[in-house]
Write a protein of this length. Structure first.
Length: 300
């Protein structure tokens, strides 16, 4: 008998139920555990979830296939194509961010950040998972990126902890069950690409496009926080990414994308797919956030 999750196959991934179920499964399976003599009992569930996750990524790949097909197969051309996504890729220059910078109330900003924090997949972990068995040159660039995410060895500079400090300062509590499915779908897609080795090249593209596009968005969010009176420490997560990701993006293009495609032009297509999947999922988030905020959404 088909379960409710089985019914998700066939263009029904855009639901709260599916994305929340996948998000909770990801949280449980990626967290540290203890040895369990009954581990066989959960294998059927794991296989079912992996099958559904795979179908979800297949659908996203099909959605971006036409755009990805335009990516050049030569390394120089591919890097130019990739860099141009900052100007004309899906979701870029979305008016939501100008509004957050100039007009959002504190309650509206807090609602936005609650959604963003609940959908955060953990960039440091995604980079660490993606770099496994990568060629040495790209691996070194990913390692540099990871080291920055970890505050270059200083606890007060760990990016994930800075996001947590912001959540505390804004008195927000991320909750999967209160998060729109679009935000969860973005995190679920990023996690699927990083944890599944057949999607490793997709993850390279997805992570690279985060570095490419984050500075513009982070600059606007930080401006909104400053306008609303939030101090420098509270804004530090966004201020850091507004600047450091410019360096990361340049390094990613030169030391990850270019050598990987130069070594094997067949990698260009899946790298492009991963970048576009990230952007399409993010664009859906921005549209949904804007619609709900226009409709009166705000944190209590």
């Amino acid at each position: 008998m088909a379960t409710r999750l089985d019914m998700a196959i066939g263009h029904q991934f855009h639901t709260n139920h599916f994305q929340r179920t996948l998000a909770k499964w990801n949280r449980a399976r990626l967290g540290p555990g203890m040895p369990d003599t009954d581990w066989r009992g959960g294998m059927d569930r794991e296989v079912q979830m992996l099958r559904l996750e795979g179908a979800f990524i297949d659908e996203l790949r099909a959605e971006v296939a036409d755009l990805a097909a335009s990516a050049p197969g030569d390394a120089d051309g591919f890097v130019r194509w990739f860099a141009a996504l900052a100007d004309d890729g899906p979701g870029q220059n979305h008016p939501l961010f100008g509004w957050l910078a100039d007009s959002a109330t504190d309650g509206q900003m807090r609602w936005f950040l609650t959604q963003e924090a609940a959908g955060e997949a953990g960039f440091d972990d995604l980079v660490a998972l993606t770099q496994v068995k990568m060629p040495p040159g790209p691996k070194l660039e990913l390692a540099e990126n990871y080291w920055d995410e970890m505050g270059r060895g200083q606890m007060r500079g760990v990016h994930g902890l800075l996001l947590g400090e912001l959540a505390t300062a804004m008195a927000i509590t991320p909750d999967i069950d209160a998060t729109v499915w679009e935000s969860l779908a973005l995190a679920n897609a990023m996690t699927a690409m990083a944890t599944t080795r057949r999607h490793a090249w997709l993850s390279i593209g997805a992570l690279g496009v985060v570095e490419l596009t984050a500075p513009w968005r982070c600059t606007h969010v930080s401006a909104g926080l400053k306008r609303l009176g939030h101090g420098q420490r509270a804004r530090l997560y966004y201020d850091l990414h507004a600047h450091i990701d410019i360096k990361h993006s340049a390094g990613w293009n030169a030391h990850v994308l270019h050598p990987l495609v130069a070594e094997d032009p067949a990698r260009a297509r899946p790298i492009a797919e991963g970048a576009l999947i990230r952007m399409v999922c993010a664009a859906r988030c921005f549209d949904r956030y804007a619609a709900l905020l226009e409709g009166g959404a705000e944190a209590a």
